[in-house]
Design a protein around this ligand. Structure first.
Ligand code: ATP
Ligand code: MG
Length: 581
């Protein structure tokens, strides 16, 4: 009797996943855009931008911003620019520019010919600064950085005017030009906006617009030795590009009045800034500074270490762009900070891979199994479906012979109750093959370790089904020893043991919470021969073990796989308990 369903219910863990009903929460940014469109604001244009600073690799938080900006533009038949916010020459590198572009493309988005750099606007920003100086709205200040901080006051106390605040316009123009000409040492002078040192919003207390920094820039070389601050560059860059909706994270909410002030003083195109809560993920740090530290200190192998939350790390781990885009859509956008359970990201991944990944059999921790009643030199070709979710993916042949490997943990000499796998005298199904029964166990004389199992097989159960109605509860994966390929498999766990590793006490090091077991290396796995020629980036489901992806370290002669994720979906359970409360 071939009862597919009862077999799936019992031993086979390769279950169909339940897809929780997660309707994306309403997106308040869409509402703003729709209102603007209705009022024909900006002649009905929707133009967004993604503005990374090229000082690190993109991570899953950036993916949220990318999906939002490019996604909204596509949805409203608008445009989305890629703009590098490259105002800080010290921390920025061409390597980062390259990786950022690669990652956005991989996620499935296209900025066409709209690749811009804040550094393209250095000349224009300089002209704007002159305009403000002439209007008496900006001045050169000789206070040191520490003094400026002291004079700024606090959230509860007003600041003090700089003694240089009332410099005549001519003197300001002269000094600013000489700053640009490189006449003064780094840090000796700055250009500041002249707003209000007693303003309730600290950002409005004469913020710095330019600092002197004799550093080479990756694009402008040594042309400039004064560099615009982020606050001075960002809003004007948006304006120059005609950005209609400038979407950014909440920490810039308090900067919006300043950006509006600059735009109003200059009388230029007004982009509307809209803030949303950044993505925080459990067990994940999102700070570029800390991620850089992990890379520089060799705690991970690089920005693309499969344990990193970077796009390149997720890609190497085996994530699909679709699963990340789907995740970003599901989490929606909000005005309040919260932390998303990493189980949701993994759920979106499994949902996608379940549909796409070809099934294969690989034994991670091999134990030899000899079938005593199987003809010595015989090799059979058995049929195996490639994906039960998608019959269109067809089937493949797998060899079966007298000597096999099974998973070491699928055998117990003294099995506990409800053990449906191998044990002395127990019969199990070998997936796509036969029923086998364990008749003997060979142990190492010295250590007592089990080194080999002896079984008999039932030739009448070919394909894994019995004609006499005899049921077995366990179904195991296996490979035929002589044809199997050796493989290295890397298993991963969260990089941190703390659910909120970004939140550490004052004076505490976030690295205290690194998970010492985040990587487990298995070097003598055995893979079915169909994996010969598997190429870096190929994704599979290894039966009962999870989803795997071929690592770039892999070569035809020595296969290396990363476990992308296990099969067990914890999100469905979380979702259920959330619904109960
Ligand atoms: P920093 O500016 O401190 O170097 P950053 O993470 O803000 O780090 P940017 O390169 O400035 O890095 O980010 C580019 C864009 O991505 C910004 O618009 C920013 O708001 C957005 N972004 C960054 N982190 C997140 C996050 N966790 N969730 C959502 N958006 C994010
Ligand atoms: Mg930033």
């Amino acid at each position: 009797m071939k009862d597919e369903r009862s077999e799936a219910k019992k031993g086979d863990e390769e279950k169909k996943m339940t897809i929780p009903d997660v309707t994306p929460p309403p997106n308040f940014i869409r509402e703003i855009i729709e209102k603007d469109l209705k009022e024909n604001k900006n002649q009905g244009r929707v133009h967004t931008r993604f503005p990374p600073e090229p000082n690190g690799y993109l991570h899953i938080g950036h993916a949220k911003s990318i999906c939002l900006n490019f996604g909204l533009a596509a949805e409203y038949r608008g445009l989305c620019n890629l703009r590098f916010d490259d105002t800080n020459p010290i921390k920025e590198e061409v390597e980062y520019v390259k990786s950022i572009k690669e990652d956005i493309r991989w996620l499935g988005f296209d900025w066409e010919d709209r690749e811009f750099y804040a550094s393209d606007y250095f000349e224009q920003l300089y002209e704007y600064a002159i305009q403000l100086i002439k209007a008496g709205k900006a001045y050169v200040c000789d206070l040191s950085a520490d003094e400026i901080r002291e004079y700024r006051g606090t959230l509860t106390e007003p600041g003090k005017n700089s003694p240089y605040r009332d410099r005549p316009v001519e003197e300001n123009l002269d000094l600013f030009e000489r700053m640009k000409a490189g006449e003064f040492p780094d840090g000796s002078r700055v250009l500041r906006a002249k707003i209000d040192m007693a303003h309730g919003n600290v950002n409005m207390r004469d913020p710095v617009m330019y600092r002197i920094l004799k550093a080479s820039h990756h694009r402008t070389g040594d042309k400039w030795c004064i560099y615009a601050t982020y606050d001075w560059a960002h809003g004007q860059s948006d304006s120059i590009e005609g950005i209609t909706h400038s979407i950014c994270t909440l920490e810039f909410e308090d900067h919006r009045p300043l950006y509006d002030w600059f735009i109003d003083q200059l009388g230029i195109f007004h982009s509307q800034q809209i803030e949303f809560a950044r993505l925080n993920l459990s067990f994940t740090i999102m700070s570029k500074r800390r991620l850089l530290q992990l890379v520089e200190e060799g705690i991970v192998t690089g920005w693309d270490d499969p344990r990193m939350p970077t796009i390149s790390g997720l890609r190497r781990r085996g994530y699909t762009p679709e699963s990340i885009r789907n995740f970003c859509e599901r989490i929606g956008v909000a005005k309040r900070e919260s932390t998303v359970d990493i189980a949701l990201l993994e759920h979106c991944l499994r949902e996608d891979l379940n549909k796409k990944a070809q099934r294969m059999m690989v034994v991670l921790r091999p134990l030899r199994l000899v079938i005593d009643n199987y003809p010595d030199d015989n090799v059979e070709e058995l049929e195996a479906e490639n994906n039960p979710e998608d019959p269109g993916m067809g089937s493949r042949k797998i060899p079966f012979s007298r000597v096999l490997y099974v998973e070491r943990e699928d055998f117990r000499e003294d099995p506990p109750k409800k053990w449906f796998r191998l044990a002395p005298g127990r019969e199990v199904r070998l997936k796509h093959a036969y029923y086998v029964k364990c008749v003997d166990v060979v142990k190492d004389d010295q250590t007592g370790e089990v080194v080999e199992l002896h079984c008999t097989y039932d030739p009448k159960t070919r394909g894994g089904w019995s004609d006499d109605g005899r049921m077995v509860k366990g179904t195991l994966h296996w490979v035929s020893a002589p044809q199997s390929l050796e493989a290295e498999v890397r298993l991963y766990d969260h990089l941190f043991t703390k659910p909120d590793p970004g939140e550490v006490e004052e004076g505490e090091d976030f690295k205290t919470y690194l998970n010492p077991k985040s990587l487990e290396l298995l070097t003598s796995c055995r893979a079915e021969p169909n994996l010969k020629g598997a190429k870096p980036g190929n994704r599979y489901q290894f039966l009962r073990q999870g989803y795997f992806c071929v690592d770039p370290d892999s070569s035809p002669g020595s296969l290396v796989f990363n476990r992308t994720t296990s099969l067990r979906d914890t999100w469905a359970r979380i979702e259920k308990s959330l619904k109960k409360t």
